[in-house]
Design a protein around this ligand. Structure first.
Ligand code: UDP
Length: 327
């Protein structure tokens, strides 16, 4: 039986990865310090004899007994509000944490896949973004703590590949959505759906002309799975190229939820990228992968998930004064 260590296991993507690898017949070791993750995302796995869990911060030395075939490093805050609230942890998990996991991969002779991000492209001047584009990142802006940590992570991973001949994979993840996203993590999709469910107006930051390209989580997990098992060791974009303005996206959510609320405009956060769309030519050619779930379908599944949450969760306000984080 092959074994895989998944960091960030209690998070949105980590928990879906745990499910996928359990379904594929792996022994799965989940690790999370629960700073942004939630055990409810993996509680259904605790009764599975092939699943185990460590509550541990990978920024400190990581020890796991036994053999490890694969390591997937998905621990990191990933929403702008989270990393503005906990910038030092964000920097540490992708730098010190990545270093620890690369060391573990070396000791165990594992193949390691690290979760990078479209944020390495910053506010991109090339559109759509190909893997060859080096990005336009402000190191000292509010997003710098995330963007630069992820860029460091890529550099460190490549150094271990070149110097220690480690088998490494780097996935650059674009905006992804689906069940188990935190309703209050501040990201645009849960923000809009939460507002619709509470009967509040939808908050568009800026004029809403900025674009994003949203990928349904099952498509993303399939792409990551294929990348891990492929021979490709340079960074690869995984995301859905179906690009939409935030203004049009708000209208889609209004239609989906049937809310009678209106949209209101708030200040655009500093450093908010104007456009983002993955060029997925490499994933198509090398992994024979492309997204299959259309936004209408993915949004409807995600809306059903959010509708099923308790009133407590719906009204829990993690970011009462969150606007302050942007100033
Ligand atoms: N956004 C918005 N209203 C919200 C939350 C976000 O208009 O309530 C915008 C945000 O300014 C950004 C886009 O939606 O342009 C996507 O934001 P998100 O935080 O989901 O992720 P990002 O892609 O910026 O990392």
């Amino acid at each position: 039986m092959k074994s895989v260590l998944i960091t960030g296991a209690a998070g949105f993507l980590g928990s879906h990865l745990c499910d996928r690898f359990i379904a594929e017949g792996y022994k799965v070791i989940g690790m999370d310090n629960l700073i942004t993750g939630d055990l409810k995302n993996i509680q259904h796995l605790f009764s599975n004899e092939h699943f185990s869990f460590y509550n541990h911060d990978v920024s400190s030395f990581v020890h796991v007994p036994g053999e490890l075939d694969y390591i997937l490093h998905f621990a990191s805050p990933a929403s702008p509000i989270d990393y503005l609230k906990i910038p030092i942890q964000t920097l540490k998990v992708s730098s010190l944490g990545t270093h620890n996991l690369l060391g573990l991969a070396r000791a165990k002779r594992s193949r390691i896949l690290v979760a990078s991000t479209s944020e390495v492209y910053g506010n991109p001047q090339v559109h759509p973004q190909t893997e060859e584009y080096w990005g336009n990142v402000n190191p000292v802006g509010p997003r710098g703590v995330y963007d630069e940590a992820k860029r460091f992570q890529e550099a460190m991973t490549m150094a271990y590949q070149r110097i220690h001949k480690l088998e490494t994979r780097i996935v650059r993840i674009f905006n992804t959505y689906g069940p188990r996203m935190r309703l209050n993590d501040g990201r645009v999709l849960p923000a809009f759906i939460g507002q619709a469910l509470r009967g509040e107006d939808l908050t568009i930051f800026g004029d809403g002309s900025q674009t994003r390209s949203f990928c349904y989580v099952d498509d993303l997990i399939e792409g990551i799975y294929r990348l891990l098992l492929s021979d490709y060791s340079m960074p690869m974009n995984i995301g859905n190229p179906d690009e939409i303005t935030i203004r049009d996206f708000a209208q889609e959510i209004i239609k989906l939820t049937g809310t009678t609320q209106k949209v209101v405009h708030m200040d655009l956060p500093e450093g908010d990228p104007e456009q983002r769309q993955p060029d997925i030519t490499k994933a198509r050619d090398i992994l024979h992968w492309e997204p299959k779930v259309h936004r209408a379908e993915g949004l409807s599944i995600t809306y059903d998930y959010f509708k099923g949450l308790s009133k407590d969760e719906l009204y829990k306000n993690e970011h009462k004064n969150f606007e302050a984080y942007f100033r």
